[in-house]
Structures are given as structure tokens and as C-alpha cells.
Design a protein around this ligand. Structure first.
Ligand SMILES: Nc1ncnc2c1ncn2[C@@H]1O[C@H](COP(=O)(O)OP(=O)(O)OP(=O)(O)O)[C@@H](O)[C@H]1O
Ligand SMILES: [Zn+2]
Length: 802
């Protein structure tokens, strides 16, 4: 039996499968989708079996060394998907497959010495080896460095061998359980006297008082105050059993989640859910855009769609943006579907993620709620994929493999003949355009569930406030409304748009701005640590007390951070109880949830925060939303700047007046005439869409054109210039007349980590060969020995130009 294996070497020359023999003992075991260890040149590497066959045309093939999985970790579907993914994102097969699995399963190797000829070992060396004849290199370098040279010699002369083993990053969690052993033995113990026996008796009585079964040893120790050794001696006497078992780490353990029943749908919801239910009923793939204003009850539509998928014995994936994967959101799914829900997001530890993922693989759950990569959940009977806030840029991975979760979902929807539901109050332009063209079905929810109107929005031009003599960061109207809210016992959300609003250090005398010495970007000020930090490479320095350029002392922190807003608030509204949510206050695990819970329980009047409070929150008492600096994102060098501004303003505004109380929104900024701000304040998605589509058409941007992007980076400027010029001229000879070639030009961020960056952009409608040309260019420079260390990334459908 022969296995075709892709190995863990991300390089163009090995981006294919290699044939290996399956040793006789393993023939009944080896299956496509399993991870294996194979010899590769002098190394042993991890790989995936993609196919098995009877014979190979390759001569002298080697044996598989080890099979790592008892069952395949990639389903046949995922094996196909990985191939498609690699080809469409210009990445290596191995990278695509690894992206589908939890990080814990990615290979890290530990080297071991093993003994081939024990009789040749001196006693000094032989004692180091474990009973199984292994000694890890790690152990040697830590504790027996002086023997390293000797061990290497022994390896050269064939006394020892070196093997590579994959280290399981997520050591399975084991827990000790205790249960009652021999009952007469135990009861007899209760009658004994003696001080030491007291604790043992307590353990016995505790176990006798409970229904027969296994109880966590830790819990029993805690309950009885007994020590581990006293339970161990009970165990020796046969009165109890101690057993160690593998358990799942459950991040949601002990949480009290209220079960919810399906709500009777409103007429609007009924209309919107119909195409979804039809698609489920008919086992027919459809992509359905649920375009519903904020608070229109999209989540209830998701929940009831999932219910009907589960009723058919199928499985569901729900994707939510990382940032809104809040406990509030998770509880809505756990509250309806209980323990059949697995949750995957980046706040979980590597081990927790691995455990959640194994529940999916073992078919112990049928619903997954997770961020982007949950789209690869290894379900085999998928009945629906729901993408909430489908316009969010976090659904695009900006690293290899550069996939968009929406594309992957639709691929899987076709494979399983099931619906893909895209939900948003502000769909991406691309998505809405497809819905208008009929490629997606459109379901509209134009009003809120509770029959209150959309909140009224007032736009305040802060230049006018300044003219009126108001120098604070809050307009008069916002102040009044905040005060009124506190008096009425209602709550407010204050949103500070941080993106594009760097807090930088500026010299008021010479205009010097502190810049990263390795990247063309200004350093961000972190008050808490008194340091300046580069968000691209992590470079840090102490905040200077005088200007490094002109020595002036008037060097000051500029820009507005949430901390500054909080300080200001304390001055002008001392009576307000404020909860601040930003990266600083939520860095500790669980703090995010704590802050939101206490806000939900009315322990604060104002929730102040950044992007992380813009979405998904549903608090009935919030009647006022204030937006500080609505316009900052408009000036980013990004053709989606207007779209992102519109989406964000709509989302934040949507937090106000979601239930019985009426909502009010105040939007502050300097460039407030901009159509994205004006139309967001009128809750007018369609006009925004039409306006923005005209702009995109005029400037030949998506969705009218795809953006192909080749980015070159190198430590030397001349190298990137030359290489990108070569690539541009190669492409210009081949592109169809309808396509546009732009560049080479410097990237919007011209240097990152000391590497200069240049890019070539292609705007195209139909260019079936583009992928091959990109691959050719990349392969060409990989082979070219005269340019070392040139990095090229290619994208066929770039989302940003950064
Ligand atoms: N049919 C219904 N009857 C009563 N209440 C409902 C119904 N459907 C939804 N709701 C409630 O209405 C509120 C708003 O719904 P939901 O949060 O799902 O809106 P949404 O469309 O997801 O909004 P957003 O886009 O702002 O997140 C929630 O508190 C939800 O429980
Ligand atoms: Zn930097």
C-alpha cells in the first residue's frame, strides 16, 4: 500500500505529494486525512496522507515512520477544500491544511536519542536513558551539556540514533477521580479510632453520602479538608479507587446559562427566514443575504434556522467577528442549544481550542460558534453556515493562506447542498451587488422587532463648537443628553473611534513626530507604560522628555485615547459611573465579560470604549450613543474608508433604543459633511450603496474590478524596485486590454521591519491566467540566486492595499 503525503516544508519545490510505503502492520490503519511522520532527506517530518493507492511509479520509496492519528483529522471534503484553497490563495498545500486544524496540531519537533546498541554504552551515558530507551535532546542540553559531544559521536558510529517526534502542544488534560472501593472495608474504617483516621473517615462519609460514582479528587479534598496522602492510603487499603482520566477543558464550565425557547417570529422575520428554510428543506445550495437593520432580530432567525437543520440530523456553523464573540453572543447559542455547542475563538488557550475542536471531530456537538477559522469545522453532514456581520474585514485572513471565510463557506455550501446565510445591517458592497444581480437571494428586514423607530441621529460639527468657545471633547448637546440620561436612570454608550486615530508624540515647536526606526509609521503612545510602541514590528522606546530633533520640551502626546476621555468625563461629569473598555482594561482573561455583565446589571451609567463595543451588544436601558471623532477613518489610504465609516457608524448607532425606550445618537466630528456620515445618520443603506457604487465605478475599484496585488519586500530598496519592475513588465505583455496595470509603486506603508515594500496592482474583470502568471513570477524569483531573501506575496482578490 502506498500513501501520497504532503510534508511540512512550505516551499515551492516540495508543494506536491510524495509517495511513501505503508509498512505492513499499518495497512489497515492508514487512511487519507491522517497525520504521519515520514523521513524526508535527513529529517523526519510531519505530513498529511492525502490519498492511498496500490502502487507507485517512483523507485526506492521509503516507509512511513509513524501514524499520528487514530482517525483522520481531515475529512475527504476538507482534503478537497484544502487543494482549492491553496490554489486560489497562492499558498502551499501544507499551509492550507494546517490552517484548517487547531494550532495545537501543528508540528513542533522534539529530538530524541534512541539506543541501537546498548552493549556499547558506558554506564555514565546509559543511566540517562529512560526505560523505553529514549533521551530527549532538550534534556541533554539542559542538564548534561558536557555529554553532548560524546552522544553525537555515538550517533555517528551507529550506537545511537536520533529521531524527531512531534510534540503535542496541547497536552491532554488529565484529572484524578475518586470513587468508593470495597464497601465493607470502607465502613469498617469509619469505626476505627485515632486522630489520623479522622480525615480518612471524612472522605469515606462524603463518598457514602453521595450516589455511587466518580468524583473529582480535587473536589473531594476541598469538601473534606483531607490531604492527598490520606486518600492515597485509603486507596492502598482498597477503601477507595483513584483513577486518572482525560477530560475536556471547558471554558464555559460552571456558567449558568438560561435556556431559551424559540420566540414567535414577527411577520418581517417570517418573510426573511422563508428562503433559508426552503433551502434547508430542499437540500439546495443557496447564498442568502439577510439584510436587516440593527435590532431587527437577525439572531432569532439564525437560531430557528439552525433548529431546523438540527431537526434534519445535520450540523451548523455560525461565524461571528472575533471582536463581537462576546459571552453575550455565545450565551444566545448555548442558551438555545446547550451542550451541543462548541465555541472556537482566539481568547481560548491552545489546549481549550484543541478540546473544542475534538468535540466536533468526535461528533459530540452539532453547532459551532466561532471566529473566522471555525469555517473549517470538520463536520461531515453540514446543513448551514451562517456568517453574522458578514461585512467585517476580520473574515479575511491577511496572512497565508489569505482566504475569505465567505468564499470558503460558499464552497462548503455547494459541497453539502446547503444554505449559506450572510447577515448584516450594512452588507459589504460586493455582497449587496451580488444580491442585486440575483447571484445571492436577498431577504430584507427593514424595521426593528420592538415597534420603536430607528434612533434619531444628530451630527455635531466640532468646528462650530470651537467657534462657540467649547474647547472640550464633548459638544454641549452630548453633555446635556449624558446628564439627562443619568437623571432618568438610563444608560449611554460613548464610542471612540480609534482606528486611524493614532495617539502619537508631536513636538509643538518643530513638528517632529516620533517614528519607528524600522517601519514607515509613527509610534503609538502607551501612557500606562510610558513608552512608544510600533504596532507593526513591536519596537518600543521610552517616551522622550525633550524633542530628539530640536531639544524643545514642548513635546507632547497628541490624539485622544479612551483613558483621556475617561479623565475628561470625570472632570465634567463627576457623578457619572463609567466603565471603560479597551485593550488595556480587557487584557485579562474574563475581564471583557465582567465589564459587560456589570454594565448590563446597571452598575454604570456610561460604557466608554473603542471598536470592541460597537457591535452585537443588546442592552435594553441604553438610550444614548455618543460617537467621538466619527471622521477619523475617512482619511486612511484605503478605498474602503467610506464604506467602513458608514458601517461602523451604523453599528454603533444601532446600540441605542433597541427595546422599549427610544434611542438617540450624537455623532461628533470635523469632516461631518461626508456622505458616509450623513447617510449613516439617516439609516439609509441603499442611498449609501448607490453613491459608493458610483465612486467605485469611477475609480475602477471592487466590486467592478478585482484587485490583483503583488507585494515585494527586501532589505535593499534597489532590489524591490528592480524585481517589481521586472514583474510589471512581464505582466504588461500578457494582460488583456480590459485590465489595468498600476505600479510598481511603494506600498502605503513603505517599510516594515526594515524591509522596503513595493507593489504592483492589477485591476481586472476576467483574467483566468493571472494566477499562473503570479505563480510564475514567484517561482522565477525563488530560483534566481542573484537576489537573496526577496519576499513576494500574491493575491488575486485583495481586500486592502495596505
Ligand atoms: N420575534 C421576536 N419577538 C420578541 N423579541 C425578539 C424577537 N426577535 C428578536 N427579539 C429580540 O430583539 C432584540 C434584537 O434582536 P437581535 O439582537 O437579534 O437583532 P440584530 O438584528 O441581530 O441586531 P444587530 O445587527 O444590531 O446585532 C433582542 O433582544 C432579541 O431577543
Ligand atoms: Zn516598526
Amino acid at each position: 500500500m502506498i500513501a501520497a503525503v504532503v510534508v511540512d516544508v512550505p516551499s515551492g519545490s516540495v508543494n506536491k505529494t510524495f509517495d511513501y510505503k505503508v509498512p505492513p502492520g499499518l495497512e489497515n490503519w492508514a487512511e487519507p486525512g491522517m497525520r504521519v511522520i515520514v523521513p524526508f532527506g535527513p529529517r523526519k517530518l510531519q505530513g498529511f496522507i492525502l490519498a492511498v493507492k496500490q502502487s507507485s511509479s517512483v523507485k526506492g520509496i521509503k516507509n512511513i515512520t509513524e501514524i499520528l492519528d487514530p482517525l483522520p483529522v481531515l475529512t475527504p471534503e476538507l482534503i478537497d477544500l484544502g487543494q482549492w484553497l491553496a490554489e486560489n490563495t497562492l499558498s502551499f498545500y501544507i499551509t492550507a491544511y494546517q490552517a484548517m486544524l487547531p494550532a495545537a496540531m501543528k508540528a513542533t519537533y522534539e529530538k530524541f536519542f534512541t539506543v541501537l546498541r546498548p552493549e556499547m554504552l558506558s554506564s555514565e551515558v546509559s543511566v540517562l536513558f529512560s526505560a523505553s530507551g529514549e533521551l530527549s535532546l532538550n534534556e541533554v542540553t539542559k542538564n548534561h551539556v558536557h555529554l553532548l559531544k560524546k552522544l553525537q559521536e555515538l550517533t555517528k558510529t551507529g550506537v545511537l540514533d536520533v529521531v524527531y517526534k512531534v510534540k503535542d502542544k496541547a497536552n491532554k488534560k488529565k484529572v484524578k477521580f475518586v470513587s468508593l472501593g470495597n464497601k465493607t472495608e470502607a465502613e469498617e474504617l469509619l469505626n476505627q479510632n485515632g486522630k489520623r483516621a479522622e480525615k480518612q473517615k471524612a472522605v469515606i462519609s462524603e463518598l457514602l453520602s453521595r450516589p455511587p460514582g466518580e468524583y473529582s479528587l480535587q473536589e473531594i479534598l476541598h469538601e473534606t479538608g483531607a490531604s492527598l496522602s490520606s486518600v492515597q492510603s485509603l486507596c492502598k487499603k482498597g477503601a477507595v479507587y483513584i483513577e486518572e482520566k482525560e477530560v475536556y477543558r471547558d471554558p464555559y464550565q460552571g456558567r449558568n446559562i438560561k435556556q431559551t425557547e424559540p420566540l414567535p417570529l414577527t411577520e418581517n422575520q417570517q418573510n426573511a427566514i422563508t428562503p433559508v428554510l426552503d433551502s434547508i428543506e430542499n437540500n439546495e445550495h443557496q447564498t442568502i443575504l439577510v439584510h436587516g437593520v440593527t435590532g431587527s432580530g437577525k439572531t432569532e432567525i439564525y437560531l430557528q434556522s439552525i433548529q431546523s437543520v438540527l431537526d434534519k440530523g445535520k450540523e451548523a456553523i455560525v461565524l461571528v467577528p472575533e471582536i463581537s464573540l462576546t459571552p453575550q453572543m455565545v450565551n444566545r447559542f448555548k442558551g438555545r442549544f446547550g451542550s451541543s455547542v462548541a465555541v472556537l475563538h482566539s481568547a481560548l488557550s491552545i489546549g481549550e481550542k484543541y478540546d473544542e475542536w475534538r468535540k466536533i471531530l468526535r461528533k459530540e456537538v452539532s453547532v459551532v460558534v466561532g471566529a473566522r477559522s471555525a469555517v473549517f469545522a470538520p463536520f461531515e453532514n453540514l446543513g448551514i453556515v451562517i456568517i453574522d456581520e458578514e461585512h467585517e474585514s476580520s473574515y479575511k485572513q491577511e496572512d497565508h493562506p489569505r482566504y475569505h471565510a465567505r468564499d470558503v463557506a460558499i464552497w462548503r455550501g455547494k459541497y453539502h447542498s446547503c444554505p449559506i446565510v450572510l447577515g448584516s445591517a450594512t452588507p459589504a458592497l460586493e455582497t449587496y451587488a451580488r444580491a442585486q444581480k440575483g447571484r445571492y437571494q436577498l431577504a430584507e428586514l427593514s424595521s426593528r422587532v420592538h415597534s420603536n423607530p430607528m434612533p434619531e441621529v444628530t451630527i455635531v460639527d466640532m468646528r462650530d463648537e470651537l467657534k462657540k468657545g467649547n474647547r472640550s471633547m464633548f459638544s454641549n448637546e452630548l453633555m446635556e443628553k449624558l446628564k439627562a440620561g443619568i437623571e432618568k436612570g438610563e444608560q449611554s454608550v460613548l464610542f471612540l473611534n480609534r482606528r486611524g486615530y493614532a495617539s502619537f508624540i508631536l513636538c509643538r515647536d518643530c513638528g517632529y513626530v516620533a517614528q519607528c526606526p524600522h517601519c514607515d509609521i509613527s509610534l503609538t503612545y502607551h501612557k500606562r507604560y510610558g513608552e512608544l510602541k510600533c504596532h507593526y514590528c513591536g519596537y518600543k522606546e521610552i517616551t522622550p522628555s525633550a524633542c530628539p530633533s530640536c531639544s524643545s520640551e514642548h513635546i507632547r502626546f497628541f490624539g485622544t485615547g479612551t483613558q483621556k476621555v475617561e479623565e475628561e468625563l470625570a472632570k465634567v461629569l463627576p457623578e457619572a459611573r463609567v466603565i471603560r473598555m479597551d485593550v488595556d482594561t480587557t487584557s485579562k482573561k474574563g475581564s471583557h465579560e465582567k465589564l459587560l455583565t456589570s454594565f448590563g446589571e446597571g452598575e454604570a451609567d456610561i460604557l466608554l470604549g473603542t471598536q470592541m463595543i460597537a457591535k452585537g451588544l443588546d442592552f435594553p436601558k441604553v438610550t444614548l450613543v455618543g460617537v467621538l471623532a466619527a471622521d477619523t477613518m475617512l482619511h486612511l489610504p484605503d478605498f474602503r474608508a467610506s464604506e467602513k465609516t458608514f458601517q461602523l457608524l451604523t453599528q454603533v448607532s444601532g446600540r441605542a433604543g433597541r427595546h422599549e425606550l427610544e434611542g438617540k445618537v450624537i455623532v461628533q466630528g470635523y469632516d461631518v459633511e461626508h456622505y458616509s456620515i450623513q447617510l449613516a445618520s439617516q439609516h439609509d443603506y441603499l442611498s449609501f450603496y448607490n453613491h459608493e457604487m458610483k465612486t467605485r465605478k469611477l475609480h475602477q475599484y471592487p466590486p467592478f474590478y478585482y484587485l490583483g496585488l503583488l507585494t515585494f519586500s527586501h532589505l535593499e530598496l534597489m532590489q524591490v524596485v528592480e524585481a517589481s519592475e521586472k514583474a510589471a513588465s512581464f505582466l504588461s505583455k500578457r494582460l488583456s486590454p480590459d485590465s489595468l496595470l498600476l505600479g510598481p509603486v511603494t506600498s502605503p506603508i513603505a517599510r516594515v521591519k526594515d524591509r522596503y515594500r513595493y507593489q504592483v496592482m492589477i485591476k481586472y474583470k476576467n483574467e483566468p491566467e493571472l494566477r499562473n502568471w503570479f505563480e510564475e513570477i514567484i517561482a522565477h524569483f525563488q530560483k534566481d540566486k542573484s537576489i537573496k531573501d526577496l519576499q513576494i506575496t500574491g493575491e488575486l482578490n485583495a481586500q486592502t492595499l495596505m
